[in-house]
Design a binder for this molecule. Structure first.
Ligand code: MCN
Ligand code: CUN
Length: 780
């Protein structure tokens, strides 16, 4: 089925945040710090206030008076809304101007005089804990260093034991550099405080409207029924639109101060410089194995750069989130990791960029380590994986870290990818090309890279997520109108994933109503049931399950109504796509539309049965869902320039039952492009002064059609045993799974053990000469 929402999107009729204009609306702009680390000596706003079109200038001092200078983050830290004492990253919010139009607001920024006293910045996380490193968070009481947390998982004694008896151990240091989700639409908010009713309406680009409402309620002390969050069409989120940014809070304050609606929309550079980044994990891995290639254990040490404020959306007890799945898809007896989080003078964040909360880094680490182990011992990376992949009969499988993978047939998924790719033939071609290159120094170097990933999606069960102590259940409400048309109200929120189509399809499948007759309502907290939104590919696993359950609840009610209509007992009825009929008498049947009309009529129903067919469900998932995939990448590297061409990419995904195969493939296509971007192009680098070197699309390179091959997709279907329709999430799978496949392919081509992403021509060229490159610091 084609996407219902595309009718408006491809005609340019989507309604995004910046399309919304409220009567009397004012505009705004944020003054940002040019320094990565500096003390604020003074802020003089008088000239800006005198600008004829300026209505208000708000500073950290203004907010201090309202008790709003600092706001809570999603990780039990605080973040400055507008800086008062110090600025702690380049681009940090310092002042907020409200004016009659956007141009005046921007102009007025230039009239604000801020005196800074520059301080030495901490840019390289590996030096954040040096004894003489400047203390970034001196606002926190008793803070004398840049340490945020230490967290560990797994059994370190068991690891020691397997490492002691291992025949071979490979170790490797690797950086997953800071990257950014860079959605097409940047972030923004329109706040409107009605001075008469006291109701605060916020139109905002959020992936989690209900979570935002609760946070505003808790922080501002407003009751929830006086706050309405409306998330309109969103032009991409990728995790960038989960958190609350200072601009959102400033828009609210701006509206309270001026008595008018205030719109704040960031530009591209502001988005890249100040909103949730992703990754920035310095990882050290050690993998132990027997001499015949049985993996025995994996030990990992991570230094996590969380920027100036710790704002990652994580569970309270597990600050590194689902890094937990770092043992990957392999049957290894022992695993242990420790993660240390540090502050640096960089933007805070982030949940961002299809991270599934640090799974991306975990998958990259284990898939790189397997290749390193293979290379160190002259093993074929496919054989090594085949030997160690979890076997179908081991599911449900409890990892050495205590997570229960629900289902999977990994060998079949891998084999499917190898078959599509023609693996043996590729290796023959590679050998021939290598021989020609060594013989006459001409031609390209060909590489084949593989990754096998297990994702953990669908937060979920209590232990997987804990935002503000809230659980992670999702509500779903289904109303069937008398004529059999339906409206489904959900707490999750599409940012491009096609929910209006797929969730209608779930109901259609359960009730036999056409998907075109089912309207899906999302994004407005006044209209939808509570739930924590869309991220971590949780919409299908949680809201999708709620949708199937609520439709089944309606069907049960419809059965009773149908029985009353047919004057039989409900037990005598049989359900067949869209109709209830009397067993053995298919002619005695009633369609859902007929039943709906009857349910709203004066038909006499059995004692205790309510009329109508509407129903509500709250679904609390028993476990995460664990999709998996086998990815194979073929690259050609120009040995003269280091330029990489991705020639082929085979992706076999298993996300259980697919609701809409075309949408699933679209999700995979997007994620594969993400993966190529991260592996080859994207990095947020900083110079020694903390200047951000990725603040525009001239510097922060995104993949385009030019860099992407024609994707070759395959599938296996292993239903999730605990999901009502057997579906698993898929929205982030390809972003998580593809970077290691690309990197493994490039390194295979040039015969190098390890080099860090992004593998730009310069990085590849240097790697071929044995010179490592710190891609996250000033790029050469
Ligand atoms: N689907 C399906 N069958 C399945 C699984 C999913 O048909 N077995 C469909 C779903 O019904 C939905 C889509 O595929 O229409 C994605 O579903 P799901 O995997 O549940 O992910 P979410 O809807 O929760 O989306 C979130 C996920 C995340 S976390 C990021 S990041 C990301 C991603 O989706 N951001 C995106 N894909 C994106 N795609 C677009 N266009 N824009 C973004 O911002
Ligand atoms: Cu972590 S990016 Mo998606 O979960 O919104």
């Amino acid at each position: 089925m084609r996407r219902k929402e595309d009718a408006r999107f491809i005609r340019g009729k989507g309604r995004y945040l910046d399309d919304i204009v409220l009567p009397g609306m004012l505009h705004s702009a944020i003054l940002r710090s040019p320094y990565a680390h500096a003390r604020i000596v003074s802020v003089d706003t008088s000239a800006a206030e005198a600008h004829p079109k300026v209505r208000a200038v708000i500073t950290g001092e203004t907010l201090k008076g309202l008790g709003l200078a600092w706001m809570p983050t999603l990780s039990h830290d605080v973040q400055a809304v507008l800086a008062t004492d110090k600025v702690r990253f380049q681009g940090q919010e310092v002042a907020f101007v409200v004016a009659e139009d956007r141009y005046a607001a921007r102009d007025a920024l230039g009239l604000i005089e801020v005196e800074y006293e520059p301080l030495e910045p901490v840019i390289d996380a590996t030096h954040a804990l040096d004894p003489d490193a400047p203390v970034i968070r001196d606002d926190l009481e008793g803070r004398t260093d840049n340490h945020i947390f230490d967290w560990e998982a797994g059994d370190s004694a068991a690891c020691d034991e397997v490492f002691a008896r291992a025949d071979v151990v490979s170790s490797c240091d690797m950086l997953y550099p800071r990257s950014h989700p860079a959605p097409m639409e940047t972030c923004g908010s329109i706040a409107s405080m009605d001075p008469v009713t006291g109701k605060l309406t916020i139109y905002t680009t959020t992936q989690a409207p209900h979570a935002h409402r609760t946070i505003y309620a808790l922080v501002a002390g407003l009751p929830e029924h006086k706050i309405q969050i409306i998330s309109p069409d969103i032009g991409g989120g990728f995790g960038n639109k989960v958190g609350i940014y200072p601009g959102y809070v400033c828009a609210v304050v701006g509206s309270i101060v001026t008595g008018a609606p205030v719109k704040w929309v960031e530009d591209r550079s502001e988005n890249l410089m100040s909103t949730s980044f992703a990754r920035d994990y310095h990882m050290h891995g050690e993998m132990a194995a027997t001499k015949d290639g049985r993996i025995l254990g994996l030990r990992v040490k991570v230094l996590a750069d969380h920027g100036a404020f710790n704002g990652t959306a994580q569970m309270s007890k597990m600050p590194a989130g689902l890094f937990h799945v770092f043992s990957g898809s392999y049957d290894m007896p022992a695993a242990h990791c420790s993660v240390t989080g540090v502050y640096t003078n960089k933007a805070p964040g982030g949940v961002a960029y299809a991270c599934s909360f640090r799974i991306t880094e975990a998958v990259y680490l284990v898939e790189r380590m397997v290749d390193v182990l293979a290379k160190d011992n002259g093993w074929d990376p496919v054989e090594l994986r085949t030997k160690n992949l979890l076997r179908p009969e081991q599911f449900p499988y409890t990892t050495p870290l205590g997570w229960e993978y629900d289902s999977g047939d990994y060998p079949r998924t891998l084999q499917t990818a190898l078959d599509i790719a023609g693996y043996d033939e590729l290796r023959r071609e590679q050998a021939a090309k290598r021989a020609a290159y060594e013989r006459d120094g001409t031609g390209t170097l060909m590489g084949v890279g593989l990754s096998f990933f297990t994702e953990a999606v669908g937060a979920g069960p209590r232990r997987t997520m804990d935002i503000l102590g809230l659980g992670m259940a999702d509500g779903a409400e289904l109303r069937i109108h008398p004529t059999g048309k339906a409206v489904l109200r959900l707490s999750c929120k599409s940012q491009g994933q096609g929910h209006e189509t797929t969730f209608a399809q779930i109901v259609a499948e359960e009730l036999g109503i056409s998907p075109d007759d089912i309207e899906v309502v999302q994004g407005d907290t006044d209209q939808t049931p509570f739930g924590l939104g869309t991220y971590g590919s949780r919409s299908t696993p949680v809201s999708g399950a709620a949708t199937a359950m609520v439709a089944r609840k309606v069907r049960e009610r419809a059965k009773i109504v149908a029985a009353a209509m047919l004057e039989c007992s409900a037990e005598d009825l049989e359900w067949e796509k869209g109709n209830f009929h009397v067993k053995g008498d298919p002619a005695a049947s009633r369609s859902m539309a007929e039943i709906a009309m009857a349910a709203h009529s004066d038909l006499e129903l059995p004692e205790g049965v309510e009329g109508h067919l509407d129903a509500t469900v709250v679904y609390n998932p028993p476990n995460l869902t664990y999709p998996c995939g086998a990815y194979l990448c073929v690259v050609d590297v120009d040995p003269g320039t280091g330029h990489v061409t991705v020639r082929r990419f085979v992706a076999v995904d298993d996300c259980g039952v697919r609701i809409n195969p075309m949408i699933v493939e679209g999700q995979v296509h997007g994620g594969l492009a993400d993966g190529i971007g991260m592996a080859l192009m994207e990095v947020m680098a900083f110079d020694p002064d903390g200047n951000h070197l990725g603040a525009s699309f001239m510097d922060y390179l995104l993949p385009t059609a030019m860099e992407c091959p024609s994707w070759e997709l395959g599938e296996t279907v292993t239903p999730s045993p605990h999901h009502p329709i057997g579906a698993k999430g898929v929205g982030e799978s390809a972003t998580v799974g593809s970077p290691p496949a690309v990197v493994n392919a490039v390194l295979d081509a040039i015969g190098v053990r390890h080099a860090d992403m992004p593998l730009t021509p310069a990085a590849v060229w240097k790697a071929m000469r044995g010179e490592p490159l710190r891609t996250d610091l000033a790029i050469e």
